[in-house]
Design a protein around this ligand. Structure first.
Ligand code: CA
Ligand code: CA
Length: 391
């Protein structure tokens, strides 16, 4: 190419750019300043490549997952119900679910299916439970989903608990994800609005934990040799994790709510310390400064951050073809940001590619096996909506 005259070179580069496959598509140059700042303006929904179709309503829906091999989805309601939504049938209550400590930010949490769901019917649930003396903590359990006229969970067993239980009903996180190889359960565990536990290696608060599917501790965990609670820890220094998702190359991403500003998306790596509450690109709600990430390079910095806050909720990896240019993206709901954020994955980097203004708090993002994206809006009259591609 170096012997080509300049005009021919430009033409050749232009042709190369136009024919590059979508999966290796470089981020638009105009996201660079957004990526390096807290900003990301929202675009009106009218300009999005989809329309929003309401499908059903739920009472404070919190999380959902599609049931493999069906057109149905499991949806948790924060006050303690598990619902089975069916595309061509009624919404059913699922029996056999635990009683939950409903209040504040707590109640029913996440629901996911086990990697061996087709053979075993195993699902995983998280919820808040009360301890003694006015304390609370999240727990994770697994059981078998039995479908039919009276769907139920059988044999529910608790396999993990937040330790210690503490007073207050905030920052449970209790988000769940299985590694793509199906071998490990990852749990996002919030710092329960107590700050310092995120750096305390004797607590599993403010951490991402890595467990075997039965709740036992993998021998190759980064702190396995230290035993006890510490052995569960995969990464530390997290605040309130409300989304965990693996991408197509097996990388684990999380989002977490910052304090006043400083919402983060992180690439979650073994042994890494994400710095909370020592550093944050946000600050305390009372205005007290928290030094920004740049002041302490020994802590893993977020790949992207938002200031003012968008209040992330839900995180999903998208690799489908239904919406142009979305392949190899992360999709994140926003509560106070009232919308949907799309981030293009570029190796170890992310780009702020889209943000649509829904005018409604988005609690959960999910992708069905046909490539369609579904959202739950937040609140007592929460909606299940489908994003229908524009023709
Ligand atoms: Ca989900
Ligand atoms: Ca700060």
């Amino acid at each position: 190419m170096k012997n080509l005259p300049p005009l021919a070179l430009i033409a050749a580069l232009a042709v190369a750019a136009c024919t590059a496959p979508a999966s290796t598509e470089a981020a638009p140059a105009d996201t660079a300043s957004l990526d390096a700042s807290g900003a990301q303006p929202a675009t009106p929904l009218a300009d999005a490549p989809f329309t929003v179709q309401e499908v059903a309503r739920f009472d404070e829906p919190w999380a959902m997952t599609f049931v493999p091999g069906t057109r149905a989805a499991l949806i948790t309601e924060k006050s303690g119900k598990l619902k089975l939504w069916q595309e061509t049938g009624p919404v059913q209550d699922v029996a056999g679910v635990p009683s939950v400590a409903y209040g504040g930010q707590g109640g029913f949490g996440d629901v996911i299916v086990a990697p061996d769901f087709a053979a075993t019917g195993t699902i995983y649930l998280s919820w808040a439970e009360a301890g003694s003396d006015g304390t609370f903590g999240a727990v994770v359990g697994r059981g078998k989903l039995v479908q039919g006229l009276a769907p139920r969970v059988e044999g529910l067993e608790v396999i993990w608990k937040q330790d210690p239980k503490v007073p207050g009903r905030g920052h449970y996180s209790h988000r769940l994800a299985f590694s793509p190889d199906g071998k490990y359960l990852f749990i996002g565990s919030g710092e329960r609005q107590k700050f310092d536990p995120a750096q305390d290696m004797k607590a599993n608060l403010g951490k991402v934990l890595r467990l075997n599917p039965d709740g036992s501790i993998p021998a190759d965990n980064p702190f396995a040799s230290e035993g006890g609670i510490t052995a569960q820890i995969w990464s530390l220094g997290h605040r309130n994790i409300l989304g965990l998702a693996f991408d197509g190359t097996g990388k684990l991403w999380n989002q977490e709510m910052g304090p006043k500003g400083g919402d983060e998306v992180n690439l979650v790596e073994a042994k890494a310390n994400y710095g909370y509450p020592i550093v944050s690109n946000g600050d305390h709600y009372d205005g007290k400064d928290i030094p920004d990430h740049v002041t302490r390079p020994e802590f893993a910095a977020p790949k992207l951050w938002w200031n003012p806050a968008v209040s992330p909720a839900g995180l999903a990896f998208y690799n489908g073809d239904l919406y142009p240019g979305w392949k190899n993206s992360l999709l994140m709901g926003a509560l106070s940001g009232e919308g949907l954020v799309r981030m293009a994955i570029d190796g170890d980097r992310l780009h702020k590619s889209d943000r649509w203004d829904f005018g409604q708090r988005i609690r959960e993002v999910e992708v069905r096996d046909d490539g369609s994206v579904w959202l739950l809006t937040d609140g007592e009259d929460g909606k299940l909506v489908k994003l229908v591609p524009k023709k």
